[in-house]
Write a protein that binds this ligand. Structure first.
Ligand code: AMO
Length: 440
């Protein structure tokens, strides 16, 4: 009889058999139970746990004492015989014959790994290496990794070239308020808030569909559950569009690929988390900014035309859309005043060719059609109080032939957090950075 288990014998193998007379299991000592005549050591690795059974009378006393006096979370190798068992979830147990201690864990632990108490987020993040020993925390990052694979697949299928743009620059793209300034050999430089200017410049080169998955830095002065100072931005930019609808349709194709892929290929990890992923049918409904304002006024909210929808407004729109059965929806045509200089104005109106993609009441992406006409772009910069001269490196790419183009930026962690209904964007970042956190 062969029993397949989720516990690795070696890194390259995921199964042991009850016919194996001798196996070596490596992992962390998750728990030790002493029941007088018999003791159990639960060993854990990336794939799960296995029970080491120690019947006191049948085991060498030194081996018994050595294994049962280990501290929780110590790292060991245990060699022993595999026996069938109807008492364990795996249907087998290991009767040990020898063991090696690779590393003894200090006592007490800074936080529990299996205790059923809710540990404060700060304690968890201060001890992230230990927090990540919990399978339900690790599952989030396995799914994040899968999501990044799926994104690469989707972009390749749609003819995009992967690029990397500088993260240190002379000027920012997303407004001065969230720029991190650094000392660059005596000159001021800034950490990239987004690849915006560079991905647009690439549209003038013939690389007409590009994407980047990389870090973005924002000096966010607000400590909220959706803002961090460093996140992973998934940016796309594409030329030869006839309107922003082409960009929106592309995002829908990509979202469909990710959601379906996570549902199918992330099944095991989703099970660990007790979650499922819905795959909403495209096209997603489109609300205009003006419609949203009307919807919010109708709820009694104190908001007027021209105002930012705000976190509360977005949440309320999310509730209304959820009642109609929509998790993903567009909010399009924001007032041009609300949007950055690179977004194209809707001529003759106060609106712009811009959109946000909202997911369960939260913005996960912004984008739109860009202003590709040099003179209009310079005019728009001036209107926003920017000095075009300090953007020469960017504007030059618009002087000598720039195709019509548009694109988007998606916050990877916000997307994951909404997909899995997690309460805080920090849950989807291994070592989050915010106003108060710069370590670990
Ligand atoms: P925007 O500034 O809206 O647009 O950012 C795009 C997306 O990035 C995510 N995001 C954040 N995630 C976590 N913490 C933050 N502080 C944070 N700030 C932003 C959000 C957001 O929707 N250049 C444009 C995109 C474009 O037009 O192509 C831009 O950066 O999910």
């Amino acid at each position: 009889m062969t029993v397949s288990v989720n516990m690795s014998v070696r890194r390259d193998s995921k199964s042991v058999s009850v016919n194996d007379t001798s196996v070596t299991m490596e992992g962390w000592v998750q728990d030790i139970r002493n029941l007088g005549g018999i003791s159990f050591v639960i060993l854990r690795d990336r794939f799960g746990t296995v029970q080491i059974t120690l019947p006191k009378k049948k085991i060498d006393p030194e081996l018994f004492e050595g294994l049962t006096s280990l501290s929780r979370e110590s790292v060991v190798s245990v060699t022993g015989e595999v026996k069938a068992s109807d008492q364990t979830e795996l249907g087998l147990e290991i009767i040990p014959s020898s063991f090696i201690v690779h590393s003894n864990a200090a006592v007490p632990l800074p936080m529990g790994v299996i205790d059923r108490v809710n540990t404060e987020m700060d304690t968890r993040l201060n001890n992230r290496f230990m927090d990540l020993r919990k399978p339900e925390i690790r599952a989030i990052f396995e799914l994040k990794s899968l999501m990044l694979d799926l994104l690469d697949e989707a972009m390749r299928e749609n003819g995009f070239t992967q690029v990397s743009t500088p993260k240190l620059s002379e000027s920012g793209a997303e407004g001065g308020a969230t720029l991190f300034k650094v000392d660059y050999f005596g000159r001021p430089a800034y950490l990239a808030q987004s690849p915006q200017l560079y991905k647009q410049m690439l549209m003038s080169t013939g690389l007409d569909r590009v994407y980047e998955i990389g870090p973005a830095f924002r000096a966010e002065h607000s400590n909220t559950n959706r803002h961090v100072t460093e996140f992973i931005s998934f940016d796309g930019e594409m030329s030869w569009i006839s309107s922003q609808s082409d960009v929106m349709a592309m995002i829908e194709r990509i979202m469909d690929h990710i959601l379906k892929g996570l549902k199918e290929r992330g099944e095991d990890q989703l099970k660990v988390l007790g979650k499922d992923v819905n795959v909403p049918a495209a096209p997603y409904p489109v609300l205009t900014y003006s419609e949203c304002i009307k919807m919010l006024i109708a709820t009694g909210m104190d908001i007027k035309d021209g105002d930012d929808l705000g976190t509360e407004g977005e949440k309320m729109i999310g509730d209304i859309m959820a009642e109609k059965g929509h998790e993903l929806y567009w909010i399009a045509e924001y007032p041009e005043q609300e949007k950055p200089f690179y977004i194209m104005e809707k001529d003759g109106t106060k609106f712009s060719y811009s959109f946000d993609l909202d997911y369960k009441g939260q913005e996960i992406s912004s984008g739109g059609q860009r202003e590709h006409r040099y003179e209009k772009l310079v005019e728009r910069m001036r209107k926003k109080g920017l000095d075009p001269e300090s953007f020469d490196f960017y504007l030059n790419a618009f002087k000598y032939g720039m195709p019509p183009h548009g694109g988007w930026g998606i916050g990877i962690e916000r997307l994951l957090v909404k997909m899995l209904d997690l309460p805080n964007v920090r849950e989807a970042i291994l070592f989050p950075r915010d106003m108060s956190r710069l370590s670990p």
